[in-house]
Design a protein. Structure first.
Length: 333
């Protein structure tokens, strides 16, 4: 029997309610402004200090620039979406630190003086029931504590809660790729780290197969290759912004251009369509980063498609926990 739950990721195909902006629209007569946001060092688990290294790969033996403590402030110089981030510390030294140890303090917002005292003591959030975690892995099981199931637009949505963190997932077959919708709701008192690259999907066919992760950039690149070859996308891949059951937009592909040819408006159309699609993929994608307490994030993660299986296993790592889901492309009772 399908159980009832509140879905937490609308933008990714689940239901994620966003924080109300009503209070921000009002202009208070008196305001209290806190300090500017800063990047801080966080120490998940039992980590007592964090290494700052001279090289981005942090190869062994490590070439240490400094050792950072929990709560130290740093300035981010660059982040190329890799494992490490280039930072500058208080004494002016620069180096690389693992991204999982960084958290950006929430931006300060003006707060009405009359409400400042009340805002300082928010009502405690009731912790949801937690699933059993064994060896760092929480597994979704029908009817078990911390496990819920619902449906949205014909897709099965599974929800799993462990130690105050709730992860919801669903899976759709787009014909060319598999699209996983992932939502994370952090009701724990700790900051948690999310990285879509670490999410895995396995098909349960005759032989179990790990399906490759596909980044938004790869999706756009595949479209660019189709455009360059003059191959039109199959009809079942027609892109509609309101329908996530499709993947590629239909564009009027033109023959390859020769040196010296002038680009006509008709030839510019595919480039504009590809750029728009690339932006759409990036906007929908689940982003890596830290989820602060009482906050939520959601987004899409794409995988290569397996031709036959209907049953899959998805694993979503959140800090030092792994949330494991058995998934099906068809609704079950």
């Amino acid at each position: 029997m399908t159980r009832t739950l509140v879905l937490i990721a609308a933008a990714s195909g689940l239901v994620l309610p966003q924080a109300s902006r009503a209070q921000e629209a009002a202009a208070p007569s008196a305001q209290v402004v806190s300090s500017s946001p800063a990047w801080l060092i966080r120490c998940p688990g039992l980590t007592a200090s964090v290494p700052l290294t001279a090289d981005s790969a942090q190869a062994l033996p490590m070439h240490l620039v400094a050792t950072l403590n929990c709560g130290d402030q740093v300035s981010v110089l660059s982040d190329v979406e890799g494992y490490t981030v280039n930072v500058r510390i208080a004494d002016g030294k620069t180096g690389y630190v693992a991204g999982m140890y960084l958290v950006k303090a929430p931006a300060s917002k003006p707060v009405p003086a009359v409400k400042a005292a009340a805002a300082a003591k928010p009502a405690p959030r009731v912790a949801p029931a937690s699933a059993i975690v064994r060896d760092g892995v929480a597994r979704w099981r029908r009817g078990a504590q911390g496990c819920e199931q619902a449906t949205k637009d014909g897709a099965v949505v599974e929800s799993l809660t462990a130690n105050g963190v709730t992860v919801q997932v669903s899976l759709r077959d787009l014909g060319a790729k598999l699209r996983a919708s992932v939502g994370v709701d952090n009701a724990s008192p700790e900051y948690v780290y999310v990285n879509p690259i670490g999410i895995s999907l396995e098909s349960r066919g005759e032989h179990w197969k790990s399906l490759a992760y596909v980044s938004p950039a790869q999706l756009a690149n595949e479209m660019a290759q189709q455009a360059a070859s003059g191959e039109a996308a199959p009809a079942n891949l027609e892109y509609k912004a309101s329908d996530d059951s499709s993947l590629f937009p239909t564009v009027a592909y033109t023959p390859a251009r020769h040196a010296g040819d002038d680009e006509t408006p008709e030839q510019q159309q595919p480039n504009q369509a590809l750029l728009k699609a690339a932006k759409q993929f990036n906007a929908e994608a689940l982003k890596k980063g830290v989820v602060k307490p009482d906050d939520k994030v959601s987004g899409a993660v794409w995988f290569e498609r397996d031709a036959s299986p209907d049953q899959y296993v998805m694993r979503v790592p959140i800090d030092n926990q792994v949330f494991e889901f058995p998934l099906s492309l068809h609704q079950t009772n």
